[in-house]
Design a protein around this ligand. Sequence first.
Ligand SMILES: [Fe+2]
Length: 313
Amino acid sequence: MDKLNSPRPPERRSAANKPGVNVEARSGDARPPYMGFGLGLRPQHYLEILNGDPPVDWFEAISENYMVRGGQPLAMLEKIRERYPIVLHGVSLSIASTTPLNETYLADLKALADRFDPAFVSDHLCWTGVHGVNLHDLLPIPYTREALDHVVARIQRVQDTIKRPIAIENVSTYVQFQHSEMPEWEFVREMLVRAGCWLIFDVNNVFVSAFNHEFDPLDYINAIPADRVVQFHLAGHEHNMTHIVDTHDAIVCDEVWELYRAAVARFGQVSTIIERDDNIPPLTELVDELSKARAMAAEVLKAAPKGRSRRAS
Ligand SMILES: [Fe+2]
C-alpha cells in the first residue's frame, strides 16, 4: 500500500508525488488510488497554485485544454504536475454518440495521459456531437439495452486504445426519453459491471436530475456498486423552482452537501473535488469550500460501522 492508498490525506511535494511515482501501476482492473481532496484546475488559478502552496491534495485537469503541442497551458500543467497528482477529465469523448470514435482524439488523449501519468482518465456518460460537429454540451441518452450495448462496447474500445481503464461521470439532464427501458442508475450499474470502468459520482448532477425528473437520489446511490466509485464531484447549480440548471457557477448548496453525506456513508472514502466552471472565485474561496468537504467526509467516515471506513462493499 503506498501513501496515496493510506487512510490519511496524501502528503504533497514528497518524492512519492513526482510524476510516474505516486500513481500505482495499473494492471488489469486495479482500482485508482485514493487521492484525498482536490479542485478542478482552472487557468485563473495557475499562478496562485504555483506561488501560494494551497492545501489541495490534487487537481483535475480538463483534457482538451492540454491536447495541444505547446504553449502556456501545457507548461503550467507540467509545473503543477511536478507538485501535485492530477487526473485528466475530458468533455469531448462523446462516448454515447453514434458517430465512430474519433481516432485522432483518442491518440491525442493517450499521448497526454502517457506524458502526465494521471491517476486516471475520465469523461462523461453523454454524447457531444455527430458527424464531426461538436455541440459543446453534455447531451442525454436514452437508457435502453441497445444504448447500453453501444456504450459498453465503446468504453472497452477506448480503454483498449489508451491502454488504461477510464472513469465515466453521470451528467445532469433536463429531458427523458420515452424509449428508456430502465432508470439511469440501472443503466450506470450495468455499464460499470460490463465495461469494467470506474464511476465519477457527481453528487450535484444526481441532485439536479433527481429534482428535474422527480426521482429519489438515494435510489441512485443505493443502486451503484460501491467498489466502482473512484471520485466524487461537488458543484453548485441554479434553482429555478420548477427545474434546476446545472451551472457549476456557485457554491455547493445545503441539499447537495446532505447528499454528499449519504454518498460518503454508502461509498466510503472516495477522492473528492469541488468543480467550478464559471463565476470562478479566488482560489482561497474554493479551498475553504473544500475544507468543508474534508471535514464532512471525516465526520461521516468516523461514524461509519467498522470495516466501511475506506470503502463500502
Ligand atoms: Fe462533474
